[in-house]
Ligand binder design. Structure first.
Ligand SMILES: [Zn+2]
Length: 445
């Protein structure tokens, strides 16, 4: 015969102090001495009308009972108190699974930790001028014909927008969560799910569901956020989010969890779901894609820049560079000719604020004339580079009338005069060399 009678115990318990789930099997397996002490504590807490453990299914207080099955051994188990109310795990129960979930959810809401957290948040909101009508556990009725209602932990208005806070300490309440999200969405109310001491890497599937439903943003309260709140006088959360990052070693975009402290000024709301978020996954994803793109072209560009600054590179270096630029979609020729290298050198000079041509130190008029005479079909790129890197006064000496006339002539004739027709062949390459003007050039391609 087994030392412990696992068959008759209530397995899932809720610890009313922490609000967390505990397994009675874990407790029982800690041995007889531990269990006798725990039983004493459980009894005392029931007498004080502040039970330590509730049944994980109905939340009603549970007691520990033992059965003697040999001279010196007892079998311990958790059970409902005598004359307890209906519970879904009782064999004659009338409750549906849905009702059980709601009961568990409401049971968890009565835990000490839950109440503390609720009061903690509400106390800040009441003194926060961005919030009004801060109410704890106030009923929200569905509008129109809806007979539904909900009692969120906290309800308020944030800059005129209706918001509610639901604290989520534990366990598997996915059904309840999804229902709540739908109700609030229908009512045009934004819902904040607040966790406690969250660590996404090790979190349960349910908590993850809330993240994913929330643009992978989750708000938690932990010692960092509490310290910052105290410091700043307004409530701050630890915000967790999933961040796509480009990993150079694997050449792949990977998603990692990251966190930062988040105040209400960082919160935005989705216009369709009304859900709050503080980090836009799609923006981060876009950035990761750009990083990936940049890494792809990094080496070919480096090769190209070497050619620009070292005229004595052999023919094979030029064709090999043309090939690698072609591979990443930046260039179409078989060779790289000196006119492209010189034009690129002129543009690089403007960006760097240094004339890179030999024996032409500070001769900006010379450089501009060179581009005007030999590369007028890329004049627009020159103007963009001058403008973007703030080089107008240096490159176009205001006292040099001839230069100023050229600028004016282009401005007036551009798009009308065939003399000023612009070529776009090198735009992909120039977009990569000067990412700041990339968007402008892409529009013209
Ligand atoms: Zn029960």
């Amino acid at each position: 015969m087994s030392e412990y009678d696992f068959s008759r115990t209530i397995v899932e318990l809720i610890n009313n102090d922490t609000g967390l789930d505990e397994s009675s099997l874990d407790l029982i397996s800690r041995g007889e001495e531990f269990m006798f002490r725990l039983r004493r504590e459980v009894e005392e807490r029931i007498q004080l009308e502040n039970p330590l453990y509730g049944c994980g299914s109905c939340g009603q207080p549970v007691v520990i009972r033992s059965r003697k099955f040999s001279q010196n051994t007892h079998s311990m188990y958790f059970k409902h108190m005598h004359k307890s109310g209906d519970c879904p795990i009782k064999t004659d129960s009338n409750y549906t699974r849905e009702e059980v979930q709601c009961m568990k959810y409401n049971g968890a809401k009565e835990s000490k930790a839950h109440i503390e957290l609720k009061n903690y948040i509400a106390s800040y909101l009441k003194y926060d001028t961005r919030f009004a009508d801060v109410r704890v556990e106030s009923v929200i009725k569905g509008s129109g014909w809806s007979k539904k209602w909900k009692k969120p932990d906290i309800s308020a208005t944030l800059d005129g927008r209706k918001v509610v806070f639901e604290i989520q300490l534990s366990t598997t309440f996915l059904d309840v969560i999804v229902k709540r999200e739908m109700f609030y969405k229908d009512e045009g109310i934004s819902i904040f799910w607040i966790f406690s001491d969250l660590s996404p890497e090790s979190s349960r599937a349910t908590e993850k569901d809330v993240f994913f439903n929330n643009k992978t943003n989750a708000l938690s309260i932990d010692k960092d956020s509490i310290a910052r709140s105290l410091d700043s006088g307004e409530i701050v959360f630890k915000g967790f989010y999933k961040k796509p990052v480009f990993d150079v070693t694997t050449n792949k975009i990977q998603e990692v969890w990251d966190s930062k402290l988040v105040g209400f000024d960082d919160i935005k709301f989705d216009s369709v779901s009304h859900k709050p978020y503080f980090v836009s996954f799609s923006e981060l994803n876009e950035k990761a894609q750009k990083d990936k793109e940049a890494e792809k072209i990094r080496l070919p560009l480096k090769e190209f820049k070497r050619l620009i600054f070292d005229k004595d590179q052999p023919y094979t270096a030029r064709t090999s560079c043309a090939k690698s630029l072609h591979k990443v979609g930046l260039y179409n020729g078989m060779d790289i000719y000196s006119d492209l290298l010189n034009l690129s050198k002129a543009l690089m000079s403007i960006k760097d604020g240094v004339v890179h041509f030999q024996n032409q130190k500070d001769k900006w008029a010379w450089l501009v004339n060179y581009v005007w005479q030999h590369h007028k079909c890329y004049w627009l790129v020159l103007l963009y580079v001058v403008d973007t890197y703030g080089r107008a006064d240096m490159v176009f000496n205001p006292a040099n009338n001839k230069l100023q006339e050229k600028r004016k002539a282009f401005k007036n004739g551009f798009k009308r005069d065939p003399e000023f027709n612009q070529k776009t062949e090198y735009y992909p390459l120039f977009s990569a060399m000067f990412p700041e003007i990339g968007d402008k050039l892409k529009k013209l391609m």
